[in-house]
Design a protein around this ligand. Structure first.
Ligand SMILES: CC(=O)N[C@H](C=O)[C@@H](O)[C@H](O)[C@H](O)CO
Ligand SMILES: CC(=O)C(=O)O
Length: 305
């Protein structure tokens, strides 16, 4: 049994999008407003500075500022996971210590990126972060972007530590998800990564999900979760299909993050543009984006009926 309260991480965790001002600088004001918005609709947790949060495109200082703003605003009401992974172990450890100082509930990290690393190097990289704080640690497995294939053997070794409470798995294999859950044991948390497979992941053993597109429609993922918990599988499935059609439309823009952030802006939640190399929504596509936004809003109101 883990000595940490793992239940607080279950359910829907929004991977927060980056928050910038009109000049492209980190905006703590926008981060607070966005975090407050999620708290107000009853989202369980936030994942800060991950893929959707563009942590890899930000300086260590910018990442600290963002996390501090989120903690200040909602740290007492929501479960906050700080993504502290950076290419260098040094920066990752600095971010880990900072996350503990400001009261985050857990730290999480991808393997170091760019270099092709041995499993021993990745294990050591993660271990330095783990040993630098008393916070629980969540592995972030996203091989399609990092290139690192986390083996069941390494996962099992990591999960044996009390502090390693879970893995967020963004690989699209639900087989791998199930195998990781089995390897980690009953109270080892597995978070579904691909939003398109939330229900599939949940059905095969995931304890909850952490996702980027949740950010523009958390209510719909909360609805899928509710239907699943109540055993209404057909209804859960029909909501997942609705969500998937929306995600397919969002993926057709030059950048998914750019499109989602533009949707938030249409709703009065201005988080600035995604940072380059992520492209903004082309002017010519704004009409299409507006109609997707309207569709999402309609579904959200139906989900709440
Ligand atoms: C690479 C990436 O951003 N992955 C996210 C987290 O796993 C997902 O939430 C996706 O954004 C989502 O599933 C859309 O494909
Ligand atoms: C964790 C995740 O889904 C993201 O960072 O986008």
């Amino acid at each position: 049994m883990k000595s940490y309260n793992v239940d607080q991480f279950k359910g829907i965790t929004v991977a927060m999008y980056s928050c910038y001002d009109e000049k492209g600088e980190v905006s703590t004001e926008a981060a607070k407003k966005l975090a407050r918005h999620y708290a107000s609709i009853g989202v369980n947790g936030l994942y800060v500075g991950g893929s959707s949060g563009e942590g890899m495109l930000q300086s260590v200082e910018e990442r600290k500022q963002t996390l501090e703003a989120v903690m200040e605003e909602v740290g007492r009401e929501m479960t906050i996971i700080a993504h502290v992974g950076a290419p260098s172990t040094r920066d990752s450890v600095e971010l880990s210590k900072h996350a503990e100082q400001v009261g985050a509930h857990a730290i999480s990290a991808v393997p170091s990126i760019y270099y092709r690393l041995s499993p021993q190097s990745v294990k050591h990289h993660w271990q330095q972060m783990i040993d630098s704080t008393s916070l629980p640690f969540i592995i972030y497995h996203i091989p399609q972007t990092t290139g690192f294939q986390l083996s069941k053997a390494l996962l099992t070794k990591m999960a044996a530590q009390d502090k390693v409470i879970g893995v967020k798995i963004s690989a699209e294999s639900t087989f791998e998800l199930q195998q990781f859950k089995a390897a980690g044991g009953e109270d080892f948390l597995v978070f579904n990564g691909p939003d398109e497979q939330y229900l599939a992941g949940r059905s095969i053993g995931a304890d909850g999900g952490i996702g980027g597109t949740y950010g523009v429609m958390p209510e719909l993922f909360m609805k899928i979760e509710k239907c699943y918990v109540e055993g209404k599988m057909e209804e859960a499935r029909s909501w997942q299909f609705i969500v998937n059609d929306l995600i397919a439309e969002l993926l057709a823009f030059p950048s998914l993050y750019g499109a989602c952030k533009a949707i938030l802006k249409l709703r009065g939640l201005d988080t600035g543009e995604a940072r380059l190399p992520f492209l903004p929504v082309p002017e010519a596509d704004m009409g299409r984006l507006e109609s997707i936004n309207k569709k999402i809003i309609t579904y959200i109101s139906q989900a709440q009926d």
